[in-house]
Design a protein around this ligand. Sequence first.
Ligand SMILES: NC(=O)c1ccc[n+]([C@@H]2O[C@H](COP(=O)([O-])OP(=O)(O)OC[C@H]3O[C@@H](n4cnc5c(N)ncnc54)[C@H](O)[C@@H]3O)[C@@H](O)[C@H]2O)c1
Length: 384
Amino acid sequence: MARLHAPKALHRTRLAQSQVTDAWGQQSMNTTQPSIAVLGCGGWGKNIIRTMAKVHGVAAVVDPSDAGAALAAELAPDAAVHRTPDAVMDDPSIDAVMIATPAETHFELASRAIAAGKHVYVEKPLTTELGHARELVRLADEAGRVLMVGHLLEYHPAILKLRELIDSGELGKVRYIISNRLNLGKIRTEENALWSFAPHDIAVILRLVGSDPIQVVCTGGCYVSPNIADTTVTQLLFDDGVRAHVFVSWLHPFKEQMLVVVGSEKMASFNDITKELVLHDQRVDFDEGRPVPIKGEGTHVEFDTTMPLDAECLHFVDAVRNGVTPRTDGRNGLRVLSILSAAQRSLMLNGVPVTTETGGIAHVEEGTPIRGSFRREAKAPATV
Ligand SMILES: NC(=O)c1ccc[n+]([C@@H]2O[C@H](COP(=O)([O-])OP(=O)(O)OC[C@H]3O[C@@H](n4cnc5c(N)ncnc54)[C@H](O)[C@@H]3O)[C@@H](O)[C@H]2O)c1
């Protein structure tokens, strides 16, 4: 039978062991590892708990369901398991919370955690309303707390490699990006396929293009549940003529997760199912004024084999410990959300182009120190 309430001593031991000795032989409080709780041990939360338990440690888990609580106790045997968030919110020894609960609960839980002085990681989508996302960014700024969003693909080594190829000029000017995320997968009844899948694709496209779209067009179809789109196609237009489209569906006969970047000199594709990143030496040249396709070879590009979720969890720990802006911070989540909201408006208007409201969302560079009192008071060395 799984144990649901681990003795606090186990948690304290982990904190004590995680302190390091500095060059002068003293225990350095600045390097004390943050104590992290996870809210939600469902379909995705279980992956976060398993990963965090492996790469860092989980101090506590909250899940109101019997199944979630029992699974949490198995995945993180050192963690205290609670049924309501109060135990974590009221516990001053918890530095940070990771929220992997249904999207409609994100705002309430994240705002509560920030008010309780915690650093916060929220699974995508940051919130279900744009106004709530703005509010979370404001609250985190005011409190001097880390606010990070789980845009997992931004930690994928293949995507980082693709960014390198684009930044080095290998592809020439980026012209067009295609992102397909298709499967006969988990069919949700509260949020549509756009909100469930497309945050990942939009986050990556924004990063690869390096700017925000000026216009969004989205169409889709609802077949399983009334007014819940099972399949959507979203087109993004950027002000330098770059275009992108995101096709997501949970009504598809096979799994496809394919990203294609078409540049003026070369093209690149990343297949997240076969894990192949290919640089295609293909372009269009002109011969006496006539366009001629040049069909060169494709070359496989190697990339690091780090698991994206390992990298994402460690990035959050580092951001909390060092008091710096994470790569996928609240502003990043807000930008993605503003595009999702525009796409949703266009979807409801059956594809009428919608202008995005991304203006005014300032970008903060990854690694920028977070203003305000970052580290909570140093803990006394634990005794067990
Ligand atoms: N990054 C990714 O690739 C990825 C993949 C899937 C889902 N997600 C996201 O993760 C989040 C959760 O999705 P899921 O598929 O795991 O959902 P789920 O319904 O399978 O699990 C949610 C869990 O949260 C628990 N829960 C509900 N309210 C709670 C509360 N107030 N406090 C603590 N626990 C609570 C539920 O009991 C359940 O166990 C969503 O935001 C989803 O979009 C991300």
